[in-house]
Design a protein. Structure first.
Length: 71
């Protein structure tokens, strides 16, 4: 699983904590603010971070990612 993120974002930190709490492996991919729009438009309908990429699934938003990890 890949987590597209801004390293200093509180929302991204929340998602990283969820991965750590669940002891799930993931790869954090830091993206640059501003230019992130170009990257995120390839995967998600919105331009907010964090974005979880898991095979063919895309989950956007820290709360949505936590709900996804619970399933």
């Amino acid at each position: 699983m890949k987590l597209l993120e801004f390293p200093h974002s509180h929302y991204c930190e929340k998602a990283r904590w969820a991965f750590d709490y669940k002891c799930l492996p993931f790869k954090a991919v830091a993206i640059m603010p501003g230019f992130h729009v170009i990257t995120l438009r390839k995967f998600a309908p919105d331009t907010s971070v964090p974005v979880l990429l898991n095979d063919n699934e895309v989950v956007q938003g820290s709360s949505e990612i936590i709900n996804y990890l619970e399933q």
